[in-house]
Design a protein around this ligand. Structure first.
Ligand code: FES
Ligand code: FES
Length: 158
């Protein structure tokens, strides 16, 4: 249904007057020009399209726009703060936690959700959480190491 709907996107208020049954992913990449969130499977299976809505990771390819009405959506473009990479983003770089990088934005957003809800995760918890995001390049081990490092850094700063 076409309805004016409002939500926050990376801290900015957004109002759209388009079909709110459309998947969030297409709206982010199309109307809103945020192409950091990727299309992989289109079936809520791979995690390439992961963003957060009110802190919860959602698969934007299968999330109708209406589901985020009134919520605070964060995409990979919203992870930087005052022009500085987040600790998690920096750890991905430091550990070389990607090859082609196609899965990276979804990995970062899933890991952001994890560290938000579980600031001090064990390796097993990280592995279990990140199993839902697929990396065709096989960078999983370095991804887990990067998340561990970011979690450790948060603990040291706390
Ligand atoms: S593109 Fe959404 S889960 Fe794969
Ligand atoms: S780095 Fe290529 S799919 Fe993960």
């Amino acid at each position: 249904m076409k309805n004016p709907m409002h939500f926050q996107l990376n801290g900015q208020a957004v109002t759209l007057d388009i079909d709110d049954e459309r998947p969030l992913l297409g709206v982010l990449r199309g109307e809103l020009g945020l192409t950091g969130t990727k299309y992989g499977c289109g079936a809520a299976l791979c995690g390439a399209c992961t963003v957060t809505a009110d802190g919860q990771a959602v698969r934007a390819c299968k999330t109708p726009l209406r589901n985020v009405a009134g919520k605070s959506v964060v995409t990979v473009e919203g992870l930087m703060h005052k022009g500085k990479l987040s600790a998690l983003q920096q750890a991905f770089i430091d550990f070389g936690a990607f090859q082609c990088g196609y899965c990276t934005s979804g990995m970062l957003m899933s890991a952001t959700e994890l560290l938000h809800n579980t600031p001090h995760p064990t390796r097993a918890v990280i592995v279990g959480h990140m199993e839902r995001n697929l990396c065709r390049c096989g960078a999983h081990q370095r991804i887990v190491m990067a998340i561990e490092a970011a979690a450790l850094q948060r603990r040291q700063l706390a």
